[in-house]
Design a protein around this ligand. Sequence first.
Ligand code: 5GP
Length: 189
Amino acid sequence: MKALEKRISEEGEALSSNVLKVGSFLNQKIDTAFMFEMGQEIACLYKNEPITKIITIEASGIALALAAAYYMKVPVVFAKKSKTSNVSGEVYRAAIHSFTHNCDYNAVIPKAYLSSDDTVLIVDDFLADGNAVIGLASMIGQAGAALAGAAIGIEKGFQGGGDALRAKGVRVESLAIIEKMEPNKIVYR
Ligand code: 5GP
């Protein structure tokens, strides 16, 4: 999505060789019209799939998931992050390593919100090593639901998570794929 690449190049800040800050339009201050353009693009990419639900992880995936779900006319379920391993109730759970915080957390989704009747699209703002998508896919598997694929705002292609998922046969569509990131230069795939 050229408009996203332009926005990243104009407003993104490479905080290090592998962390990109896009808080001015995507992660903290949200450009709602632009977020919905991204959501519409995702809906278009997956228009031929019989998707019944979108899942994402709190917090920063929710806005893009909501925008895509609005155009796809499906509900969004977000996994909650829980530091304790003894979450009560009937839940699907996955241990996920957080790229940004460098720690492990449990992601949980109540069993009532995901079932074997669902065909699910995973949506997230970023894809780096792929751990968030793998954790969400694990919960989709626990539910016996079908995985339609993943739709990502910004994939950092140089970290390899997206290509590893594609190699396993998972459909991964990213609106922008960054191949190389330097303080004043971002190269797209
Ligand atoms: P992964 O699990 O693929 O390694 O990382 C994806 C998750 O980490 C996303 O949910 C996203 O919130 C966060 N993340 C990964 N890389 C970045 C980044 O460069 N910038 C920001 N803002 N978040 C990131």
